[in-house]
Design a binder for this molecule. Structure first.
Ligand code: NAD
Length: 262
């Protein structure tokens, strides 16, 4: 059971930081070869890559594709297939945030968020599906959010994209249902990452409190009063790649410390 992804190849977009690292670690821990993707300092990315190789005993590569560009998204899938012969697990996870009232929201930030959060998953899925169908096995996991399940003021593009990815998830799940492929979305609550920390800083400024107090207020919205961890995210994604999860498809799965129960 522990190496159930041996022989499989996984791409995790946005895995140079935050939740994507948790996914990459968990999939590598289950035996998959993993392609890391995202931005960052070259030496830090190489240290991350080497650490996962060391800890999991699998091959790990890094691909710098900029997911703003459709052809780079397709290139990421094609290079992976050329390198290791397949893309069996596709985690569409990369993301950016911008927070502003809709009437002040820069059109360019709208375009960028839709490109990375919604269009890039489409291009990656479109490129990876033929190979998955030919092999009769695949796992696609899209990172949505609690903002994919309900509105969140000042996040028009983010909410639109995170709702949209749930629709794409359902369509792909239906189309691939008889091909041994599942397509699911995860809807995390707050996770302490490169995306949420700047939002804590803004909140601290706006509410005139310390960073720690702003963090307490953020996590205070969670019924459990705890953040979700990247390790918990990774474990959920890895579970969705098991045979036990083969009948879970088209689902939008909250991992949100109880937020949806409110
Ligand atoms: P993060 O900022 O720590 O990581 C984002 C990753 O995306 C980084 O690796 C970054 O380099 C990469 N990225 C950004 N733009 C890119 C581009 N153009 N091309 C390639 N890679 C790019 O943030 P995170 O919180 O780990 O976010 C991961 C996903 O989780 C996002 O889709 C985010 O919307 C979602 N999410 C986050 C939270 C949270 O509380 N942190 C909650 C729910 C959902």
């Amino acid at each position: 059971m522990s190496r159930y992804l041996e022989g499989k190849v996984a791409i995790v977009t946005g895995s140079t930081s935050g939740m994507g690292i948790g996914m990459a670690e968990a999939l590598a821990g289950a035996g998959a070869k993993v392609v890391l993707n995202g931005f960052g300092e070259a030496d830090e990315i190489e240290a991350l890559r080497a650490r996962i190789v060391e800890e999991a005993g699998v091959e790990v590569a890094y691909d710098p594709a900029d997911l703003m560009e459709p052809e780079e998204v397709v290139g990421l899938v094609e290079r992976t297939e050329a390198r290791w012969g397949s893309v069996d697990v596709l985690c569409n996870n990369a993301g950016i945030q911008h927070v502003a009232l809709t009437e002040h929201f820069p059109a360019e930030r709208w375009d960028a968020q839709i490109a990375i959060l919604l269009s890039a998953p489409f291009h990656a899925i479109r490129a990876a599906l033929p190979g998955m169908k030919a092999r009769g096995w695949g796992r696609i996991v899209n990172t949505s959010s609690t903002s994919g399940l309900r509105g969140s003021a000042k996040k028009p593009a983010y909410c639109a994209a995170k709702h949209g990815i749930l629709g794409l998830t359902k369509v792909v799940a239906l189309e691939a249902a008889e091909d041994g492929i599942t397509c699911n979305a995860i809807c995390p609550g707050w996770v302490l990452t490169g995306m949420s920390r700047p939002q804590i800083e803004v909140r601290a400024q706006q509410e005139g409190v310390s960073y720690d107090e702003a963090m307490e207020r953020m996590v205070g919205s969670h019924p459990t009063k705890q953040f979700v961890t990247k390790e918990q995210i990774g474990a959920l994604v890895a579970f969705l790649c098991t045979d036990a999860a083969s009948q879970i498809t088209g689902a939008s799965i909250p991992i949100d410390a109880g937020l949806q129960a409110k």
